[in-house]
Design a binder for this molecule. Structure first.
Ligand code: CMX
Length: 440
């Protein structure tokens, strides 16, 4: 895929020169201020990093290189007969900032197919884990095993000019994205289907081939995967997985190490694992209530019990968003088109009617609206992917597109080691008492 690499090089060189000029003239300009509460409470709202591939608006939601999800659905190339965007196109856009043609996407699909073969020790490494190991643990172990193939790590060890870092990170990113569905599908078939793996179909696009290797042949599921793997890819730079990849990569850890670190963050229940928690929570609710069509009133009681038990309502709330997540809306639109009568989907919609006013009434939750994870499980279950411990892996496969494209940019722009300042509560108390000015 020389065209994309050359296009990226031209764009990155231009942008690196622009950044040099910006910093020369405006480097001391103040972007904001940090309040004590922000330092103690998860650094919300502190603008402190540059992340090129997407930008999140708290009211409007995510834009990928300036495009909303409905715009991507309209403008990105599709599979023959398909209506959803191909994730290859989204990756091309994230990396180059330009919308790809159909030919660009076909070429990228073919390029990833060529790169997709796994070294044999990767599967053996996964096989060393017990079957009960969580699917995220197994996949991330596979990613770590793939790291032996890192071109960046090899070139760095040989002693390479820092101007060339991005080129090797690009190769690693492309190889890792190409191989990730193979690793992820292997884990699925190993954990849930007695190890009966399904060989790749060289004629399929990246998402459809992943669906095929998982064992899902219907066009509906393939379309869902194309949409799913597109919309979960990127959510600007501060979320746990993207920020982890950015931080770890800043130490010049190669893309495999950085992405594995990101996957470990994604496996937390307040981040990506929330997609499994949502379905678990709904299925528990159905069991407790003895119905698969709970009424609004019944859901309300169950939500109140969840809160009274000191638990979060999974799939609701967000650290940045203050409206319904457009990724939730995109999935709801998909469901309206493909499965409007599905009982579980209807329960998800009923929960959407019921939960926000309850969370709002507590007065402390900043965003009572659903996030991306509130809807995805119901769609997967509709097509028969019932093993919800696997859901976060799908999120992770998609997230690779965003965080790896961003990492190529970070190395091309020469971003340094990330190292913010921390203080202790003792420092803070002394500062409040006027006895310490350590960080001023
Ligand atoms: N249910 C119950 N309580 C919630 C809540 C929810 N869905 N969302 C927020 N709260 C609580 C917080 O736990 C916090 O409580 P305390 O003050 O007692 O500690 C309070 O409301 C204020 O939190 P906030 O400022 O509104 O939210 P944060 O930015 O701190 O946290 C998030 C954001 C996503 C972690 C939180 O909303 C949450 O836990 N949601 C449920 C888990 C979830 O769906 N995560 C997935 C997010 C999307 C993704 O990354 O995939």
């Amino acid at each position: 895929m020389e065209k994309l690499k050359n296009l990226f090089k031209a764009k990155a060189e231009k942008q690196a020169a622009e950044i040099k000029d910006i910093l020369k003239e405006h480097g001391t300009k103040v972007m904001g201020e940090v309040q004590l509460a922000q330092a103690f409470q998860g650094m919300r709202g502190i603008t402190g990093m540059i992340y090129e591939t997407s930008l999140l608006d708290s009211e409007e939601g995510i834009r990928f290189r300036g495009f909303t999800i409905p715009e991507l659905q309209a403008k990105l190339p599709k599979a023959k007969g398909g209506k959803e965007p191909l994730p290859e196109g989204l990756f091309y856009l994230l990396l180059s900032g330009e919308l790809p043609t159909e030919a660009d996407v076909t070429e990228l699909s073919a390029d990833w197919r060529k790169r997709s073969k796994l070294p044999s020790h990767v599967l053996r490494t996964i096989d060393a884990l017990p079957l009960e190991a969580h699917a995220m643990t197994q996949v991330t172990t596979g990613v770590m095993a793939l790291q032996t193939d890192s071109i960046f790590a090899k070139k760095y060890a040989e002693g390479v000019n820092k101007k060339e870092y991005w080129s090797y990170v690009y190769e690693d990113a492309m190889n890792l994205i190409a191989r990730l569905p193979e690793v992820a599908a292997y884990v699925y078939r190993r954990k849930y289907h007695g190890g009966k793996t399904i060989a790749a179909d060289q004629n399929l696009d990246w998402a459809a081939n992943f669906a095929h290797m998982l064992g899902f042949e219907g066009e509906g599921f393939k379309e869902l995967m194309r949409l799913y793997l597109t919309i979960h890819s990127d959510h600007e730079g501060g979320n746990v997985s993207a920020h982890t990849a950015h931080l770890v990569g800043s130490a010049l850890a190669d893309p495999y190490l950085s992405f594995a670190a990101a996957m470990n963050g994604l496996a937390g229940p307040l981040h990506g694992l929330a997609n499994q928690e949502v379905i678990k929570w709904i299925l528990d609710m159905q069991k407790t209530l003895g119905t698969d069509r709970p009424s609004g009133k019944q859901i309300e009681e169950y939500v109140k019990k969840t809160l009274a038990d000191g638990k979060v309502v999974p799939g609701y709330g967000h650290a940045v968003l203050r409206k319904t997540d457009p990724r939730f809306t995109a999935q709801a639109e998909f469901a309206k088109k493909h499965m409007p009568d599905d009982k579980l989907v209807n329960t998800v919609w009923q929960i959407y009617e019921t939960v926000p006013p309850i969370l709002q009434s507590l007065g402390k939750i900043k965003n009572p609206w659903p996030n991306v994870d509130a809807h995805s499980g119901a769609l997967l279950l509709h097509y028969g992917l019932k093993e919800y411990e696997y859901y976060t892996v799908l999120f992770g496969v998609s997230r690779a597109l965003g965080v790896l494209a961003a990492q190529v940019w970070s190395r091309a722009l020469g971003f340094p080691l990330e190292r913010p300042k921390s203080v202790t509560t003792e420092n803070v108390k002394a500062w409040i008492a006027g006895k310490d000015t350590i960080w001023e």
